[in-house]
Design a protein around this ligand. Sequence first.
Ligand SMILES: Cc1cc2nc3c(=O)[nH]c(=O)nc-3n(C[C@H](O)[C@H](O)[C@H](O)COP(=O)(O)OP(=O)(O)OC[C@H]3O[C@@H](n4cnc5c(N)ncnc54)[C@H](O)[C@@H]3O)c2cc1C
Ligand code: SF4
Length: 505
Amino acid sequence: MGNDTGFLEFKKESPPLRPVEERVLDYQEYDTFFSDKDLQQQAARCMDCGVPFCHMGCPLGNMIPDWNDLVYQGHWKEALASLHSTNNFPEFTGRICPAPCEDSCVLTEHYTLDSEEKLRKVNAVTIEEIEKHISERGWTEGWIKAQPPSELTDKRVAIIGSGPAGLAAAQQLRRSGHTVTVFEKDDRIGGLLVYGIPDFKLEKRVVSRRVEQLRQEGVDFRTGVNVGIDLSVKELQKSFDAVLLAIGAQNARKLTAEGHDLNGVHYAMDFLPQCNRDVAGDFIPEEEKIDSGNKLVIILGGGFTAADCLGNINRQGAKTNVRQFELVNMEPRPTPVHEEANPDCRANILTEAIIDDGEGNVKALQGVNVEWERKNGRMTMKRLEGSEFTVSADIVLLAMGFLGPTVEGLLEGLEVELSVIGTENSRTPALVKKMLRNAQPVYSIRSDDNFMTSREGVFVAGDANRGASLVVWAIWEGREAARCIDEYLMGNSVLPSTPQAEVLV
Ligand SMILES: Cc1cc2nc3c(=O)[nH]c(=O)nc-3n(C[C@H](O)[C@H](O)[C@H](O)COP(=O)(O)OP(=O)(O)OC[C@H]3O[C@@H](n4cnc5c(N)ncnc54)[C@H](O)[C@@H]3O)c2cc1C
Ligand code: SF4
């Protein structure tokens, strides 16, 4: 390690976010970049602790101390090669990963005496920032180029879904020489990277340049094809030697309270894709527009999706007192968009009804405070009598999480088994569809240790396999599933594998 005492000399710093007044006027990324010199100083804080828990905390097994040192020494190209050896898309994770690696950094366990002889906690290395900077340097220097395979096999693989899991698998399989076709039902490639995550977190040019690299490597992209409907399952299985389901888990949890179907109640995944289309310059018919400008908005939910709704609302100019209610005992996770609007965020709120203005539109939300207790190992909710309240609203956005992949069409056609989380038994898509009508079980596609579903030659990766999760996990799943598919087709594989990290994200 080049600088043994860097962590004592320099504090953890991140480049400032763009000022709130400026960034709410546009949809460009709110992050800024360090100069190379400032970044190298941050990289110098890595203390070569010997047991790099950061590397183990990263789902991809990124070799963080190695690239920290390479950056400190100014060997940027080598740092990029190290980063790419475990992560196909560091420019995505470097921007939007919640960075469990930083929580695992050994520096977080250390204290030092400051100039006033007071104990000061030593913060983690700013790993995510370094990752983003290395990958951007790679793009601006022209080091990131297409790597088409030198030899082709005679095997054909269909990948259904073009989110991070599908893209990572496509790149790995193509570089192994297979003929890879990615089918996407939307009109753009990228899954939630393009139609969920807003531009202010991840500008879409960052996704398209990577898609272009895959295209140049020989990956065939077919958009506007809803497999199972536009292309039959029979046709699919006849034309390909292996199939990967990377279809995500975008079936949203429903609001069942009275008034859930009033005008003005929208699912986040109706709102967010529309916002991204608007930013991309697509035409949105007036009657379909969800416009929060000058409206009273309430967001139900406390995760990424809810925060992304808030960021868009801030940019559309909603009335100031945006509210965000979360049912469970957890304050909505603070993000940079919260400092833009200072919303009224509350945990332990149950929505009991959405109230009608008499003409079928939302007028208000009726809620009540709840308490959570553990009974017989299960959390149970108790309504707090007397705490009922009503707040005015024009728009209610539902960002209450996701249940699993869409069952209709493809999964029904393939008849792959599903697993309902919390039960031992596998279920057929027909049975899960029936259950969804009454209860709202969380489910995924059942797979074995080799990512194969209950149907021979059909594999699964990403959110469809592990439930709604993170981009870093989707990339890991795509890479691992690609290796298993390669092995299934060829009998062995030289593609790398990273053991599953023991982090609960
Ligand atoms: C609003 C939002 C914000 C998020 N923000 C973050 C974040 O900041 N950081 C983070 O790490 N994670 C974030 N996540 C989670 C992350 O986006 C997902 O975990 C990740 O995208 C999952 O990747 P995937 O490839 O499995 O699926 P997806 O990205 O969901 O892609 C699946 C694709 O399959 C396509 N598809 C489905 N069925 C078919 C079919 N039958 N035929 C053809 N195509 C089909 C879909 O159209 C979609 O494009 C966010 C999620 C949401 C919803
Ligand atoms: S991918 Fe996420 S966890 Fe891994 S090094 Fe990057 S920021 Fe950390």
